[in-house]
Ligand binder design. Structure first.
Ligand code: CA
Length: 220
């Protein structure tokens, strides 16, 4: 899952980025509202972690401008303890959830997963599809009941494909999903990950749609 973190406090931003990356999430970090808006216009993120007090355009303005432009990206607000009014304003402006600073990184990761899950219309925390299960919280994948060891990228790629079984994702959109800014991507990286996933999950679980991209079999 790829996340945009918008936070001007360097210590908090750094800790959140490092902490969530350890949980296997791709986290890109900007430190002001305008950079966030530009990033959201040009790239796809599954979730935004939004501090409210930001230089230039503040978090609430950013959120309002996103929602009035019809952007429904899930937003989780990070706020100070004493700012109840801000939290209410944020939720009313279209935020999906909030967390009060200082927060526990495990709780943040759990809320991120919950918001992302709701956004994809799933109620169950574990994804299950044609004999494969993926548990985002515990980072466990099983195939026919046996645990399968996946690298962080393989896990992220499978997670992206399992969001909508049968739906084709292009190589470019998969790259965008599993690599953050400044991360070196080999030109055949996605092919290599797919190759490895097929070895681990069976040769037909992930299908190549020539000239379009990849999907997990819809089972039909
Ligand atoms: Ca701030």
């Amino acid at each position: 899952m790829r996340i945009l973190l918008v936070e001007d406090d360097k210590m908090i931003g750094g800790a959140v980025q490092t902490g969530l990356r350890r949980q296997g999430l791709t986290v890109d970090w900007v430190q002001d509202g305008l950079s966030a808006r530009t990033a959201l216009k040009t790239e796809t993120f599954e979730l935004v972690l939004l501090d409210l007090g930001l230089p230039g355009m503040d978090g609430l303005q950013l959120l309002q401008s996103l929602r009035s432009a019809g952007d429904r990206v899930p937003v989780l607000i990070l706020t100070a303890r004493d700012s109840v009014t801000d939290r209410i304003k944020g939720l009313d402006a279209g935020a999906d959830d909030y967390l009060v600073k200082p927060f526990d990184l495990d709780e943040l990761a759990a809320r991120v997963r919950a918001v992302a899950r709701r956004n994809t219309g799933r109620a169950e925390p574990v994804v299950e599809h044609l004999g494969v299960t993926l548990d985002p919280a515990n980072h466990v994948v099983t195939c026919d009941g046996e645990q399968v060891n996946l690298s962080q990228r393989e896990f992220a790629l499978l997670e992206a494909l399992l969001e909508r079984p049968g739906h084709v994702l292009s190589r470019a959109s998969l790259e965008e999903r599993i690599y953050g800014w400044g991360e070196e991507v080999e030109s055949n990286a996605i092919e290599v990950h797919i190759h490895n996933l097929r070895k681990k999950l069976g040769p037909t679980y992930i299908q190549n749609v020539r000239g379009v991209g990849y999907r997990v079999s819809s089972g039909k």
